[in-house]
Design a protein around this ligand. Structure first.
Ligand code: PMV
Length: 318
């Protein structure tokens, strides 16, 4: 049987950075994210006895480099004795733009694969399987404001507020489109092994999560802005102080951060967050979105802007 699912990327406000167990890809810290709505990945999965090997295409082009990770994820859903599969992926945003394309891809993949294989699995089962492929993918199974909590042998994930409960906007400034110089997995391991700040980062995460969760619960934009920027800068302080250092920013990244702070000082409800790449994601109230987009779009070095509201978790298409 063939099934198709769609999922959107998510942006972490309190970030996952560090692995407690590399072989099972278990995170060292909890995280809190928002799921987007207008950027998406669709995955179609068809298991067939007539296929001799898995086949993967992305936007119509064969992509064998991703096959081992995709195949391992399909094994997690349908078992290692499964039939081989034809997997077709489509994106409506540039996969190389550093906007968490692996999160939406693996979230859509597990939902499509479980339907195609007629496996009876809960959303949390699927989130755990997606999380083994990409830690952040576990959060894209869920709607709106999502908290991921590490457990002794696994993770648990839940929506703490729906997208419609507090419809923030995300305006992303794309400042570089080259593939990452250091993958997030490699960077996390190097951070844990060499940054003098890593332990402190892990120790303080629970306090940041408490503040962020409360801010979401009370729709307190100023509190969410403060803790999110602080958490982002701590994560990047860990990467900068690793040996050799990992610097994901470029000049336009830094200029966009300054512009966001100026806008906030001028009364706009906006804050920034940055992941393992040079893009700046500005999170704002809807009434500030047009100004933020125009202002960041005019920063030298910004290549293009993307805008999204918040949305639903991964789900099947008819
Ligand atoms: O899911 P991964 O392995 O690509 O790691 C994601 C790490 C960050 O995007 C930097 C933070 C996060 O929580 O999404």
């Amino acid at each position: 049987m063939r099934a198709t699912a769609r999922a959107q990327p998510n942006i972490a406000l309190v970030k996952y950075w560090g692995k407690r167990d590399v072989s099972r890809n278990l995170p060292a810290v909890g995280s809190l994210s928002i799921t987007l709505d207008s950027l998406w990945t669709e995955m179609s999965v068809e298991f067939s006895p007539s296929l001799e090997a898995d086949e993967l295409s992305v936007n119509g082009e064969s992509l064998p480099a991703w096959l081992p990770r995709v195949a391992a994820c399909l094994d997690g859903v349908a078992g290692e004795g499964r039939q081989r599969a034809r997997i077709e992926s489509r994106y409506n945003f540039p996969a190389e733009a550093g906007l968490a394309s692996s999160a939406s891809a693996f979230a859509a993949l597990v939902v499509a694969a479980s339907a195609a294989a007629e496996v009876d699995a809960t959303t949390e089962d699927l989130a755990r399987i997606a999380g083994r492929a990409s830690g952040s993918a576990a959060r894209s199974l869920y709607d709106g404001y999502v908290e991921l909590t590490p457990r002794a042998n696994d993770i648990s994930v839940e929506t703490i507020a729906a997208a419609d409960d507090w419809p923030l906007m995300v305006v992303a400034a794309v400042t570089g489109e080259a593939p990452k110089a250091v993958s997030s997995t490699e960077a996390m391991l190097r951070s844990a092994n060499t940054s003098p700040f890593y332990e402190r980062w892990v120790d303080e995460q629970g306090a940041d999560l408490d503040v962020a969760r409360d801010a979401v619960r009370h729709r307190d934009f100023a509190a969410l802005a403060d803790v999110s920027e602080h958490n982002c800068l701590k994560m990047h302080s860990v990467t900068w102080t690793s040996r050799p250092p990992i610097a994901y920013w470029n000049q336009a990244t830094v200029a966009c951060m300054a512009r966001v702070r100026e806008l906030r000082a001028g009364g706009e409800a906006v804050f920034f967050t940055i992941d393992a790449g040079p893009q700046v994601k500005a999170v704002c109230l809807p009434e500030s979105a047009a100004t933020v987009e125009e202002q960041l779009g005019s920063v030298p070095g910004v290549l293009r802007m993307l805008r999204s509201g918040l949305g639903a978790g991964a789900r099947l298409r008819d």
